[in-house]
Design a protein around this ligand. Structure first.
Ligand SMILES: Cc1cc2nc3c(=O)[nH]c(=O)nc-3n(C[C@H](O)[C@H](O)[C@H](O)COP(=O)(O)OP(=O)(O)OC[C@H]3O[C@@H](n4cnc5c(N)ncnc54)[C@H](O)[C@@H]3O)c2cc1C
Ligand code: SF4
Length: 542
């Protein structure tokens, strides 16, 4: 987004990307049938979300480790490709609401942001209009409406979910996803093939290479430097950033590129890593770290799920319910925390229906009565039960704490010789109680639908099934923004307090999570930061 906004404003930009060039419009396997592959689309260690998933990267990258302190469970998904994880993300595109910028004022926990919803709202509008998003106007105070394309109609199972939600007084509305349902800027409307996670060859969903990088290249102002693994930000004698040093991943050569302004957008935690590794005698604890808060206050979305079997959906009449590759309805946070034993909310994502079957589909027929078998009976069972499964996933807000942070592991480097991150993570009772509530809610939704839950309620000792830190892949923080340079890394304009020509345009400056997925806010802030850079350059203040 920063490359797009800055080149459009007339700046010459060099974009250093650790991975290779990848455009969904050219490289996606959107229309490839699972049955044509010997692995039936199944996952592998280096392709954990399936053979045709549109991501080069994953939980593990050979030669690029990270480490964890004793007792810490943490997972870090890293993409190594142009556009990063925007090539295969879920495209659930939610604005943070006014309350999400002032958590501390509301309940005394965490910190307030130095900016508010009104500062970001014009940029949300711009992102909506440039990128495109489906949704509906609902007027929910902390779930701001955007400028939406019409949402796709709910599928059969989503109508049943809506019915159960209504009975339980849970708000259930059309989903908000960055998929276009009308033509936009030369991109056609979604044709409902249901394969968003592989990347869209038609460019009907958002991935940054096709929607942002391609038009940025057309300005003639963007130099794309791929396979360039950034090691550190370098400083000139005046103490300002004068470029970055990087390793050419193909040749191993150590190289440097000069710049008047440096914008880090390597994903929140990787940006913290680059800052730590940009050490010098003047910045012994890492660059922009005079506050000691680089790597601190990192958070992920909380997550927990429940799935079940709904007899009313057995043997349903076959019909085309592919739709957009993701949910058509969802449940935003609907309760008042004052009446609950945890602060901050969560939203509910729904899954179900019949998609192209692949390896491991339905989670195994043995889970269904009468438990699978062989031959004709097995085929009959598959036809009967396929589509009779429903799942709910909670996505909630974690409060930043001193227990969750990253630092440089003094003993481990990656294959380029760059020191790696070590993670520390501990959920608090806030998150554990929230996840308990998710489990209870999802179970009552399934029983209200007349269904049976597959697995028993996880115990308190198991954290009620809370996903490991990082597992929901919404890592934020590590270079948070604030008005006070003693307690924050960047200003409200994402400008480093210590180095005025260094900016951050990913999730690292987030002061807190919300009960919303973060990417729409990352993009809105990146655009806002780019406008600030343009303004400051015009004023010759950088
Ligand atoms: C499966 C999945 C589903 C998701 N679903 C949603 C969703 O529905 N809604 C939502 O809001 N969010 C979702 N997310 C999260 C979303 O993808 C991220 O918030 C978003 O991509 C973050 O953007 P980013 O640019 O900060 O980081 P990334 O997308 O990770 O991009 C970082 C880029 O920097 C490059 N890079 C990294 N290190 C270096 C280095 N040292 N030198 C040079 N280049 C480097 C990488 O190769 C990559 O291109 C999902 C993520 C995943 C994996
Ligand atoms: S469902 Fe729509 S947006 Fe998603 S990959 Fe298919 S055509 Fe593209």
């Amino acid at each position: 987004m920063a490359a797009y906004a800055l080149t459009k404003a007339g700046a010459d930009v060099a974009l250093l990307e650790a991975g290779d060039v990848w455009y969904a419009s050219r490289d996606s396997k959107m229309m490839f049938p699972n049955y044509a592959s010997p692995r039936r689309g199944g996952s592998t260690r280096l392709k954990p979300f399936g053979e045709f998933d549109g991501c080069e990267g994953g939980w593990e990258i050979d030669g690029e480790p990270y480490t964890k302190a004793d007792g810490t469970e943490f997972l870090w998904w890293r993409a190594r490709m142009l556009g990063g994880r925007t090539n295969h993300w879920g495209r659930i595109s939610l604005r943070f609401g006014p309350d999400d910028f002032r958590g501390k004022s509301r309940d005394g926990l965490g910190d307030d942001w130095p900016i508010g919803y009104n500062d970001v709202a014009p940029y949300y509008d711009r992102v909506d209009q440039l990128v495109g998003i489906y949704g509906s106007k609902e007027g929910i105070p902390n779930e701001p409406d955007g400028i939406f394309h019409p949402p796709p109609a709910p599928r059969c199972y989503e109508l049943l979910i809506k019915k159960a939600s209504d009975k339980l007084n849970i708000t259930c509305i059309p989903a908000r996803r960055s998929v276009i349902t009308k033509p936009l800027n030369g991109r056609p409307a979604c044709h409902y093939c249901g394969q968003c996670g592989r990347g869209c060859t038609a460019r009907s969903n958002f991935s940054s290479p096709d929607v942002l990088i391609a038009p940025a290249l057309q300005t003639g102002k963007l130099t794309l430097m791929t396979n360039a693994m950034v090691r550190e930000v370098t400083l000139g004698p005046d103490g300002l950033a004068n470029g970055v040093s990087y390793v050419d991943r193909k040749t191993g050569a150590d190289l440097h590129v000069n710049a008047k302004v440096v914008v880090l957008a390597a994903s929140a935690l990787e940006t913290a890593r680059i800052l730590f590794n940009s050490k010098s005698s003047k910045h012994p604890n890492g660059l922009a770290n005079s506050s000691g808060t680089v790597g601190k206050y990192i958070t992920d979305t909380t997550g927990s799920g429940v799935s079940g079997y709904i007899p009313a959906m057995e043997n349903h009449a076959g019909h085309n319910e592919d739709g957009a590759g993701g949910m058509h309805v969802y449940m935003p946070w609907w309760l008042d925390n004052k009446k609950l034993d945890f602060p901050r909310g969560y939203h509910i994502e729904v899954g179900g229906g019949v998609r192209q079957p692949g390896a491991g589909f339905m989670g195994g027929i043995h889970r269904y009565p009468p438990g699978g078998g062989y031959g004709a009976q097995l085929k009959k069972d598959y036809r009967k039960y396929y589509g009779a499964t429903i799942s709910f996933e909670g996505r909630g807000e974690q409060i930043p704490s001193d227990d969750c942070y990253c630092e440089i592991d003094p003993n481990v480097v990656d294959r380029f010789g760059i020191p790696v991150l070590r993670f520390h993570w501990k959920w608090s009772d806030h998150e554990i109680n929230q996840v308990k509530h998710m489990q209870e809610t999802f179970r009552s939704l399934i029983t209200t639908m007349g269904g049976t839950v597959f697995d028993p309620m996880p115990s308190k000792e198991d954290g009620y099934g809370i996903a490991a830190g990082g597992q929901i892949i919404h890592e934020l923080g590590g270079a948070r923004m604030g008005a006070d340079p003693k307690t924050s890394v960047v200003s409200g304009n994402c400008q480093a307090h210590d180095v005025k020509n260094l900016f951050i345009a990913d999730g690292a400056p987030f002061v807190s999570q919300a009960d919303k997925n973060p990417t729409w806010t990352i993009m809105a802030l990146a655009w806002r930061t780019s406008d600030y850079i343009t303004d400051q350059m015009k004023k010759r203040a950088l």
